[in-house]
Design a protein around this ligand. Sequence first.
Ligand SMILES: N[C@@H](CCC(=O)N[C@@H](CS)C(=O)NCC(=O)O)C(=O)O
Length: 226
Amino acid sequence: MTITITAFERSPDGGKGLARDTRVRWALEEVGQPYEVRLVTFRAMKEPAHLALHPFGQIPTYEEGGLALFETGSIVFHIAERHAGLLPPNSDDPHSDSGADARARAITWMFAALNTVEPPILELATAKIQEGDKPWTKERLPLVEDRIRNRLASLSEHLGSADWLDGGFSAGDLMMVSVLLRLKPSGILDEYPNLAAYLARGEARPAYIRAFEAQLAVNAGKPPSS
Ligand SMILES: N[C@@H](CCC(=O)N[C@@H](CS)C(=O)NCC(=O)O)C(=O)O
């Protein structure tokens, strides 16, 4: 069955890979599933046809046969559940830690990326881009940055010298790396060398490179629209 995702016709980041279709492309590349992309304008995202797929009028969406999904957490989880490569296989033995428990922990890291680490990082983007001209932004920025440091310190402590968050690379790492990517220009990540190296490991994966290049090809040569 053909998989079709949606992406910005013109991404606000001009192709830096921060638009969330990149994480879905990455997941599909990791599991070796071909996919098609339907590009949408900001206006089309708010029109009935797209709202029928995504109630909040955003990208990405995911269609496969009669199934339509939105929210990257749900989409990546769906891909990881149906195709080998992103989650440890379920073990038949309920008493074994090697299967079901490892899978549950990898899923936990997906939630941690989206619910615990991403929110303060998005807050920084909002503070800089949407509220950058407010008189209180200068005072607010250090507070927001410290909330990010608080999360990164815990994440760095957990990761230690390991390559990935829990054993081998999983959908949890895919989501965490995707979330951390937005921090690159801020320099904050460099305060945690193991996290900077973790990010670089994610970006070096062939599947990530293919995903990044595919989204870049859409945006190449087009100036950012905001
Ligand atoms: N929580 C959603 C966030 C989706 C989201 O914010 N998408 C952005 C692009 S990365 C978007 O469509 N922005 C345009 C808008 O909200 O109007 C997810 O993970 O899928």
